[in-house]
Design a binder for this molecule. Sequence first.
Ligand SMILES: Cc1cc2nc3c(=O)[nH]c(=O)nc-3n(C[C@H](O)[C@H](O)[C@H](O)COP(=O)(O)OP(=O)(O)OC[C@H]3O[C@@H](n4cnc5c(N)ncnc54)[C@H](O)[C@@H]3O)c2cc1C
Length: 378
Amino acid sequence: MEDRRLAYLSENQKSWLRKARDFADQISLDEIIAADQTNVFRRDLFEKACKEGLGALPFSEEYGGSSGDYVSFCLVNEEFGRRCIPIMSSLGVHVLSQEPIYKFGTAEQKQKYLPASASGKYLAAFGLTEPNAGSDTAAISTTAKLVGNEYILNGTKVFITSGAASDYFIVMAQLIDPEGSDKKAITAFVVDKDCPGFKIGQKFDMLGMRGYATCELVFEDCRVAKENLLGEHGWGRKVALGSLAKGRVTIAAQATGWAQGALEIACRHLSKEKKSLDSKLATIGELAILVESARVLTYQAARAVDRGQGDITLAAMAKIQATDAAMTVATEALSLTGIAGSQPQFLLERIFRDAKAGQIYEGTNQIQRMLIARDLLK
Ligand SMILES: Cc1cc2nc3c(=O)[nH]c(=O)nc-3n(C[C@H](O)[C@H](O)[C@H](O)COP(=O)(O)OP(=O)(O)OC[C@H]3O[C@@H](n4cnc5c(N)ncnc54)[C@H](O)[C@@H]3O)c2cc1C
């Protein structure tokens, strides 16, 4: 299939694309299927990707990053999505979790976490969701109380990607007012995996996005050093939204990859079919339009990030367009290929399950649509 992206990419972006494609193509279908079926995270692959400069691709060289742009990071995610590379989501969250340290971290925090994240020594996760706080993030009930030189955290986070494999976590908690009033303020912390009072809880057996060590994070009088506060008291929303605005562009790129992968699989399968192909041509054409539309909006959002004009509304539009496209293309591709296409080795049923998760995580598409409308009506 012709790669139309090449017409508008810089030489540097093309070289990231080639690197990502080579990396993805070296991973065998058996390995990809095994990560899904065993639900085991491939830390070795993550470390290998970091050695290739993918662990901190869009961050500056000062802290070990690769100084690539966000378009390049999206190209990597698209390539990984195309073949369901089992570290794709962890890499996305890893970058998402470094972002607030770059933006709001102290010099000591940057020195401690960023080079080790770039090299793959550390894997990072992002803890926002709770049993009673999914879409409604304001409802989080994990608390943090300043006692002497430590914050004491109590609560549980759920569905945390890479949770059981991570070395540190960006955690949002309601800070109990040090003045003693009832007022609480969402505040961000960096929590190390060996903090006293921290443990990994239930590991989740997911429908899609399997093999990502997705689990609960449990804080029971967890003692976090005062210097692990990220930003200032009450800055949690600002810290989270800044990361998620970029994170949603990353997901859009992953989903564009799923959609492209599903389309390619369907085309490969159908090109062997001579008899009934004509009746399916219009559907394939329609799916190709969906893939390209997702790509256009995704890279528009990524280029806006690179110009310093990234915004959460455009990111939401890209995330919706691409994850919905992935869901539709995977569903139609499964219909077009019949029962044969639903075998694991085709990856279509995998893309179908992952795309469903993509419509939900980092803000459901329904909620994102409401946010877009609110932004318009402002
Ligand atoms: C694969 C995967 C990985 C994840 N990884 C992470 C992670 O690393 N870190 C993290 O913090 N979280 C993570 N999550 C959690 C994810 O961010 C939440 O699932 C998501 O925010 C939605 O929350 P919820 O599932 O509780 O759904 P709910 O908020 O319970 O929503 C359920 C349904 O109700 C709708 N709804 C909710 N509120 C409203 C409203 N006010 N008006 C109209 N409709 C509404 C939603 O659109 C949805 O359709 C992950 C989830 C998945 C599936």
